[in-house]
Write a protein that binds this ligand. Structure first.
Ligand code: FMN
Length: 384
């Protein structure tokens, strides 16, 4: 019997060839907010490696929502054509193209991770961008020591912000993406509004749980209005963060999001506070799977599990035991972009090599048949 991991799944009218998802993996490599050939290579190798759904990294809905100078953007129609190249490239190589939309809020203006992470120092080269960056959040509270204090968004700034998400969703559709994810996790703007640690507003967007989740819901409504009804919508939430917005609040939110047209909750954790959540002290395989399981069971919505899912049989067990509907493989698929083919082979699937295009599948199958050694007979005929 075909493992669940390799069984197709239909989300609205979009069919994924299997349940293996490449989650958003920020490359910090955009130039003037535009994708480069690096993005094609990064995404293309996962599509050609056999994943069912490949997400483009957090792409920003507003200029001030950029985290770094290397962020991708969809806040202007001019970005549609360059982003369409990414969607087309993923599709052409066999996977469904997805995109995550994001807004960094108070965690904006940082250096690339390998250039220091943290707040970006002002230099002669970046001065113009640095000075123009408008760092906003729910309240004038910094993420941590040494981080900029954001400007609290005024009440009349919220409707245009919400509509920026809707417009970015429209552009994502026009660019040819088939799955869209709203980034409501990792301490970025939506999550900042959810958490009482970052949100101390006294208006309709702060105070009670209902008020703090208002922005998230309005954003989803705006996105759904502009995102076609036949295409699935995901929302990424930090289910636990030790910062006042935990599993109970997220289950309640997920129930509402389901009624607003969200199809899948992508269950992650952490990020709103510079304090490290307790659970990160002993990270284990599948450390976030219990969150996917809880949300799926208690909110009655499909979930995606992510975080240290390393092996095919581990992923299969997560699906078989009903913890999640999809599994996302991040760093492990960066390590081995042919992870789906590799997992299928290890699970004894006869069609393991059909997971990748014939250009590589043909040769890898013949390599495997020969026990990884020897010279394939085709070599003797000449390989051209
Ligand atoms: C290089 C890199 C970039 C990432 N970029 C994003 C991002 O753009 N948006 C997001 O929600 N998560 C991002 N993440 C988190 C991943 O999507 C994923 O949740 C995390 O790596 C845990 O899964 P893993 O253990 O399989 O890597 C990033 C992670 C890495 C390693």
């Amino acid at each position: 019997m075909t493992p669940l991991l390799f069984s197709p799944i239909d989300l609205r009218e979009v069919r994924l060839r299997n349940r293996i998802v490449v989650p958003p993996l920020h490359q910090y490599s955009a130039r003037q907010h535009l994708p480069t050939d690096w993005h094609l290579m990064h995404l293309g190798r996962f599509a050609a490696g056999g994943a069912g759904l490949v997400f483009v990294e957090s792409t920003k809905v507003e200029r001030r929502g950029h985290g770094t100078l290397g962020d991708l953007a969809l806040w202007d129609d001019a970005f549609i054509a360059p982003m369409a190249r990414l969607a087309g490239f993923i599709r052409e190589h066999g996977a469904v193209p997805g995109i995550q939309l994001g807004h960094t809020g108070r965690k904006a203006r940082t250096s690339r991770p390998w250039e220091g992470d943290g707040p970006m120092p002002r230099t002669d080269e970046n001065a113009a961008e640095w000075d123009a960056w408008d760092i906003v959040g729910p309240s004038a509270l910094a993420y941590g020591e040494g981080w900029p204090v954001p400007r609290a968004l005024a009440l009349d700034e919220i409707p245009p912000l919400v509509s920026a998400w809707g417009q970015a969703a429209r552009r994502a559709d026009e660019a040819g993406f088939d799955v869209l994810e709203v980034h409501g996790a990792h301490g970025y703007l939506i999550h900042q509004f959810l958490s009482p640690e970052a949100n101390q507003r006294t208006d309709a967007y702060g105070g009670s749980d209902a008020n703090r989740r208002r922005l998230a819901i309005e954003i989803v409504e705006s996105v759904r209005e502009h995102w076609p009804a036949h295409k699935p919508l995901f929302m990424r939430l930090s289910i636990e963060d030790d910062a006042g917005w935990g599993p109970e609040q997220n289950v309640a939110l997920a129930r509402i999001l389901k009624t607003k047209g969200v199809d899948v909750i992508d269950c992650t954790s952490g990020g709103v506070s510079s304090r490290v959540p307790t659970m990160y002290r002993a990270l284990r395989y599948g450390y976030q799977v219990p969150f996917a399981s809880q949300v799926r069971r208690d909110a009655g919505i499909a979930t995606m599990a992510v975080g240290l899912i390393i092996h095919g049989d581990q992923a299969e067990q997560i699906l078989q035991e009903g913890h999640a509907d999809l599994v996302a493989i991040g760093r492990e698929i960066m390590h081995n972009p042919n992870w789906p083919m590799d997992a299928a082979q290890k699970m004894g699937l006869a069609t393991a090599f059909d997971q990748v295009p014939r250009q590589s599948g043909f040769w890898l199958e013949s390599r495997a048949r020969r026990g990884f050694g020897g010279v394939p007979s085709t070599w003797q005929k000449g390989m051209g």
